[in-house]
Design a protein around this ligand. Structure first.
Ligand SMILES: Nc1ncnc2c1ncn2[C@@H]1O[C@H](COP(=O)(O)OP(=O)(O)O)[C@@H](O)[C@H]1O
Ligand SMILES: O=C(CO)[C@@H](O)[C@H](O)COP(=O)(O)O
Length: 507
């Protein structure tokens, strides 16, 4: 039997899973790490933490599975997108990674529009200049930390740094590279024009592969440390959303998924390049060769619920420990008992600014309508509803663009919650389903490794063979009507508060 490994470098943790070629989980391990917020709106993580978590979880799955090293044919990498990793001549990390939800680069976004022109940038990179994307972060370091920029010899994305650790190779692939804003997305290669206009040296960037292509093999010292073989191939892999698409079988037109991880994403597969002229959703290459995807992004989805748990739910955490159950399940159980609209309490999930639909780094979270009647379960429900309203914004834009969605799946940590899935089904007014295989991005990355090493014929064939449907959430029309009224208020709130957010940011 052949075996494959998927490694997903998430924002909350790295999750590594060893699968057999039929897609069964043989062993899995995960390791968490912190998110640093040195200032309001800034977000950083340490690449060294990702490295330690990747090597530790790899060693654990290889050891615990008892599988022979030579039977592990390939590793696929998946990871949080857009993060900037800078390495010096010796391959050492220069500074903490500025990650996807960091919002410090408003001035650099303006610079990009001035240097390239908004329309031209969209034509080449399929997206407008975005604060969370890598190019603006590179310009920020260049301007604010010239000594670090001077020392920099290699610019990598989070999962591509792990590739370098495992193989010694500097490589990336089209899906994640799309989120750097330096890629010619329709033609799937670096854009000389963008690089030249932003004055970024091409030699700093890694070579670009397709997601299934083999990029290197495991280094001898890593094989020794983890129990892997030097013959194990490492394929391109994919950004976490493109990998989750493969892991949930979203590889054909008409299919889409909503993921609630730290961020929230509504993702639709597209066999052609489809661009929102207003730039509210992203268009990227997907992991299926010759195809793309469109996705709307909520900056603080699971992040909002985690923030609420960490700061206000000590009681739930103690109770969950006592009962030996998941704290989110306990919180969800109480929230499910509250009525739709959380007793007229509306949450705006803009804790880290917002991308879709506002593209606004300055907006922030709001509880609107607080009354003395409200209790903690109302607030938990309100957070979950607010995140769902934001995902509903994403879904509306995909519809407005004429993207036909016949099948909507749910995944990510928050996708495990039946309450959250029901909210999405009601707001979208369509079925929201899950797949039996819950490893999402890790499974997607392992499938890509299987295609690259010749175990599977194609991504589509592997998905058809390995992925099967599970739970269904059907929309309930009275609930959908109730959410629709609340959604109108939710949408108005941003319009009403936009200027106040800016004023507050400028103090
Ligand atoms: N049982 C659950 N019910 C609701 N939300 C959950 C549950 N488990 C996890 N979550 C949410 O999912 C988030 C983590 O999702 P995950 O996909 O693992 O994130 P990432 O890929 O960003 O590391 C948590 O922050 C939490 O908000
Ligand atoms: O920025 C994006 C997509 O554009 C995020 O989806 C990141 O890729 C982080 O993902 P999670 O840690 O939430 O999975």
């Amino acid at each position: 039997m052949n075996y494959l490994i998927g490694i997903d470098i998430g924002t909350s943790a790295t999750k590594t899973v060893l699968f057999d070629e039929k897609g069964a989980v043989i062993a899995s391990a995960s390791q968490e790490y912190p998110l640093y917020q040195p200032k309001n709106g800034w977000a950083e993580q340490k690449p060294e933490d990702w490295k330690e978590a990747s090597l530790e979880t790899l060693s654990r799955v290889v050891r615990e599975s008892g599988v022979k090293a030579e039977d592990i044919k390939g590793i696929g990498l998946s990871g949080q997108m857009h993060g900037l990793v800078m390495l010096d001549e010796a391959g050492e990390v220069i500074r903490p990674s500025i990650i996807w939800c960091d919002q410090r680069t408003a001035a650099e976004v303006e610079d990009m529009n001035r240097l390239i022109g908004r329309e031209r940038l969209i034509e080449i990179t399929a997206n407008p200049a975005l604060t969370g994307w890598t190019a603006a972060k590179i310009l920020w370091v260049k301007k604010n930390e010239p000594e670090n920029y001077e020392r920099c010899r290699h610019i990598l994305l989070p999962k591509d740094y792990i590739r370098y650790v495992l193989t010694g190779v500097f490589a990336t692939e089209v899906s994640d590279a799309s989120g750097m804003q330096l890629l010619d997305v329709p033609n799937r290669c670096w854009s000389d024009e963008v690089l030249q206009k932003l004055d970024i040296d091409r030699s700093l960037l890694a070579d670009v592969y397709e997601s299934c292509e083999v990029t290197g093999k495991v280094l001898p010292e890593i094989a020794e440390m983890t129990g892997l073989s030097v013959d194990t191939a490492v394929v391109g892999g994919a950004g976490d959303n493109a990998a989750a698409a493969v892991g949930t079988g979203i590889v054909r037109d008409g299919t889409a998924f909503t993921t609630i991880g730290t961020s929230g994403v509504v993702f639709a597969h597209s066999s052609k390049v489809t661009i929102d002229p207003k730039g509210r959703v992203h268009t990227c290459c997907c992991a299926v060769p010759g195809a793309w995807h469109v996705m709307g992004v909520t900056q603080g989805a699971g992040l909002s619920l985690k923030w609420f748990r960490d700061n206000f739910c000590q009681d739930y955490m103690e109770e969950a420990d006592k009962q030996g159950v998941d704290v989110y399940d306990l919180m969800g159980r109480d929230a499910a008992e509250r009525e739709i609209g959380s007793n007229k309490l509306i949450f705006l999930p803009y804790l880290m600014g917002e991308r879709t639909p506002h593209l606004d780094p300055d907006c922030r979270g709001v509880f609107f309508g607080l009354s003395a009647i409200h209790t903690k379960p109302d607030m938990i429900r309100s957070v979950m509803e607010g995140v769902s309203f934001s995902l509903n914004d994403c879904n509306h834009i995909l519809q407005e663009m004429g993207i036909n969605v016949e099948k909507m799946m749910a995944c990510g940590g928050g996708g495990k919650s039946p309450l959250w899935r029901q909210m999405l089904a009601d707001m979208y007014r369509c079925e929201v389903n899950t797949v039996r295989q819950t490893e999402g991005p890790a499974l997607g990355a392992a499938i890509l490794a299987g295609v690259g090493t010749g175990i599977y014929e194609s991504v589509e064939q592997a998905c058809d063979a390995l992925i099967s449907g599970d739970k269904k959430s059907e929309p309930v029309s009275e609930q959908a009507d109730a959410y629709e009224k609340l959604y109108e208020v939710y949408k108005d709130l941003y319009v009403d508060l936009k200027d106040s957010f800016k004023k507050l940011a400028n103090i």
